[in-house]
Design a protein around this ligand. Structure first.
Ligand SMILES: [Zn+2]
Length: 317
């Protein structure tokens, strides 16, 4: 008899959710609270640019998968990184120092069910790895708009073992009640909780609440587009241009992310729909990708956006 297959498998937790659902923030809180001790983090950015290493710092071993979503274009790289982790683990001498759990933060474009299917189809991983939980974050403020516009949000919810509603402090309780009713209908088997800035909050009573309308049509797929900023671009005028762009195209551009060098230091810039968060100052490092932003959305024409920015900057220079 061989050993029982998978008796000591590497566990994998998938943390998914739509663009801007607060996956990095949630994961940071969980790690801080000790939810995943000795975890190896795998952070997947759909775009070329990976800035989440700046967020997580050096406390956990981290694999960055940039340049492709783990459920589709980036699947091969993702599976390779998991095989490598399993390999390192089987080489480790004793239980001490062995990674027992890997936590994947997916890109906001990922369907966790497709990731789970790719794990099952890989003979090595099917033996050495156990998918222990799919956790999907749902943003209370933007879920209604996402679910009515894009079938992906629904697919993510349906794939979850656990659903965590985030940002419910930013939505009226009646909206959150409708969201809870929707989640219960789409995925009756999942545990549903709500959190605000990493702290659990009570779920509103969803009895009698109407579920939210769902997208029933295919929309143009959401893709990342990378924009290089003109050299010498002034931060303040860039911020004005970006606000104007998002005000005009906030329905199609669902996420903005990038790092920009300014006289005040390196700034991490993040926006969700038409809302740009106050920039966060990052520790200095030699990121080759500084001065680049990634816009994630539908049918964004990179050349047009670049021309608009160049024209805008040129008018000011
Ligand atoms: Zn994908």
């Amino acid at each position: 008899m061989t050993a029982e297959p998978g008796a000591d498998r590497l566990k994998l937790v998938i943390v998914g959710g739509y663009l801007g659902a607060g996956k990095s923030t949630w994961l940071r809180h969980q790690l801080y609270a000790g939810a995943f001790p000795n975890a190896h983090l795998i952070i997947n950015e759909a775009a070329e640019l990976a800035v989440d290493d700046a967020i997580f710092g050096a406390r956990y071993p981290l694999t960055l998968l940039s340049g492709g979503c783990a459920c589709c274009e980036g699947q091969a790289a993702f599976l390779t990184s998991l095989r490598q982790l399993c390999d390192d683990r089987s080489r480790a001498a004793g239980p001490q120092g062995r990674t027992s759990i890997a936590v994947l933060e997916t890109s906001g474009l990922a369907d966790p069910a497709a990731i789970a299917a790719s794990l099952r189809a890989d003979p090595m991983l099917a033996f050495h790895l156990a998918l222990s939980e799919i956790i999907v974050l749902v943003d209370a403020r933007n879920a209604a708009a996402q679910l009515s516009a894009d079938p992906l949000g629904r697919a993510q919810i349906e794939a979850a073992d656990r659903l965590v509603i985030t940002k419910s402090d930013l939505a009226p309780p009646s909206d959150t009640a409708r969201l809870v009713a929707t989640l219960q209908r789409l995925n009756p088997g999942a545990t549903i909780t709500a959190e605000t800035r990493g702290e659990p909050v009570p779920l509103p009573d969803a009895t009698g609440a109407d579920p939210l309308p769902l997208a029933d049509h295919a929309t143009a797929p959401i893709r990342p587009v990378q924009i290089d900023l003109p050299k010498g671009l002034d931060w303040a005028s860039f911020a004005v241009w970006l606000s104007a762009l998002l005000a005009a195209h906030g329905d199609d551009i669902v996420r903005v992310k990038g790092t920009v060098r300014t006289p005040a230091g390196r700034l991490l810039l993040q926006g969700i729909r038409d809302h740009v968060q106050p920039p966060e100052i990052l520790p200095d490092s030699d990121m080759a990708r500084d001065g680049t932003i990634v816009l994630i959305g539908r049918e964004i024409d990179a050349d047009r956006v670049t021309r608009s920015l160049t024209r805008f900057a040129g008018d000011l220079l």
